[in-house]
Design a protein around this ligand. Sequence first.
Ligand code: CO
Length: 501
Amino acid sequence: MQELSVSPLSTPSYDREDWKRGYQSQPEEMDYWIDEVTGTIPPDLTGTIFRNGPGLTDVAGTPLAHPFDGDGMICRFTFKGGRAHFSNRYVRTEGYLAEQAAGRILYRGVFGTQKPGGVFANAFDLRIKNIANTHVLPWGGKLLALWEAAEPHGLDPATLETLGLDRLDGVLKPGDAFAAHPRIDPMGAAGRWGENGAGQRRLVNFAVKPGLSTTITIYEFDEAGALRSRHSHSVPGFAFLHDFALTPNYCIFFQNPVTFNPLPYVLGFRSAAQCIQFDAKQPTRAIVIPRNPEAGPVQVLETQPCFVFHHANAHEADGQIIVDSVCYESFPSVDPDTDFREIEFDSLPAGQLWRYSLDLAAGTVHSRLMEARSCEFPTLHPNAVGRSQRYLYIGAAHDPKGNGPLQGILKLDLETGARSLWSAAPRGFMSEPLFVPRPGGTAEDDGWVIVTVYNAANHRSEVAILEAWNWAAGPVATLHLRQHVPYGLHGSYTPTCFIED
Ligand code: CO
């Protein structure tokens, strides 16, 4: 018999059954003013948070193999005059409508879901279901639900009604990909390559065409939604690129050392994502693409193997590009025969925050660990995107060591090294936090960090509002929703409100 350890560090800060319930489907669509509030909603907090994420983890009772295969559900939180309103709606994608009408799974999922009927039902079915579940972005008068392998869906921000596929006024062709990780340059193009864009924000996004070599296309849109630049680059090998980092002059991608063998996918044994293999013998490649294609060639720098989904930020300093990223030791894949709800966190690599210094002249990369605690979903002041930031807020495990679900938010002061954790353990579980600047605020942490928390104690979700400058005080307001919202992916804030009082 093994003795049970009594060290507090080895006691999980959570109950896995609690964590699992946060993945239950939420088929209801609701619309109401939130009337249960602990604390006070800041009266000067005005605007809308849109969030996206898989709302269904089953189709008519048949569980999906992976939550990332779930249909996109948009949540909208409106803040106005010290009050808050909630509404949610599914994106009416072609696949969502067809499966809901049929009452069964009709498509294979990219992350593991197979159609019923075994290998023969799945072999050679390479149709993609655009599930529109990864991000939601207000831009150029539109509201776009994003999923990286296909076109955006347009939504009505006032009703959350689905308007159909949106090809960005002809920028995209039918079937084109458009990544779910746009970055907004707060500086615009002012003075960079001769365009009038002073004070204008720029939306920068990319698309990936995978193959034996990978084509990366960079798009830039002005605030009106008009395309201002587009250029494509080919890099050798298969690349899984979920996110990128932006500076005033560069787009930076990390090409993870993975190989892709599509045969088990084509033959119906595995989903596409289950055919990705981490190759620790290969380096990670930092691909540095000038935003002005005439400014110079694409540079590729090598560093030690790691796997990155998300970058926190990047900036330029003294001929170097500094990139802060959440890195995993290897691709955190789940065994195809294991239900994702039954995963052992400790069997998976933990995400940790690393800082990479890319020396473009020397072609070298220096890296150092910034935060060892398991963490994911970084956010920061929107005006610090592409510039040296002092503060970072990131979802984090409660325990400082090992791997675990996100139960807290860590505020990191990268200048002093100070860090402070707000935790909702043992029964609270985080989604991605968002930083909302306070109107008229000037300091980098003069704003609120707003996060959806699943509370297993009552199987409902809450919205916690923290004053970023007064972190140790914990939430100034906790908004209790009437229902739970499954763990989401990404979201956006806009100062605009789309509903009447
Ligand atoms: Co992401």
